[in-house]
Write a protein that binds this ligand. Structure first.
Ligand code: FAD
Length: 106
């Protein structure tokens, strides 16, 4: 594997790796991505997903990161052909449940 033409080697081509690679490229670094599988084989490819933090800490930072992520997703959804579309939904439970932490008032 050649890495001498890159400043950074990102390992993994899922949402974490690709997002990291884009941010580094936007900072004018030469980025090479290496992945065991093609991007089409990652967990996050072509799946519908709910926005919201789950089992991550520290909560004070997670609140900020989550909002920033939602803002980015909304920006992407406003552009054509970005592969991001926002849809409303209802999360239901057979038992009484509290709203997710990120949706509680600050
Ligand atoms: C069924 C299911 C439902 C989910 N639902 C949601 C949801 O609703 N909302 C949500 O936010 N999240 C959800 N998640 C979680 C979310 O999909 C993952 O957290 C996210 O996709 C992980 O992205 P990633 O880039 O970190 O990892 P991945 O997408 O798994 O990518 C990992 C990358 O690393 C590469 N790699 C792995 N090992 C090596 C190695 N040794 N050498 C080189 N490359 C390697 C792989 O080839 C791949 O390119 C769900 C996950 C699952 C399984």
């Amino acid at each position: 594997m050649r890495t001498d033409d890159a400043d950074v080697l990102v390992i993994g081509a899922g949402v974490s790796g690709l997002t990291t690679a884009v941010r580094l490229a936007e900072a004018d670094l030469r980025v090479r991505i290496w992945s065991a599988d093609p991007a089409e084989a990652t967990t996050c490819f072509a799946g519908g997903a709910m926005w919201g933090p789950y089992l991550v800490e520290p909560l004070d930072k997670v609140r900020i990161w989550s909002r920033q992520t939602l803002d980015e997703l909304r920006k992407l959804a406003r552009q054509p052909n970005m592969g991001v579309r926002l849809v409303a939904g209802i999360e239901a439970s057979r038992m009484p449940a509290e709203p997710p932490e990120c949706q509680r008032p600050v």
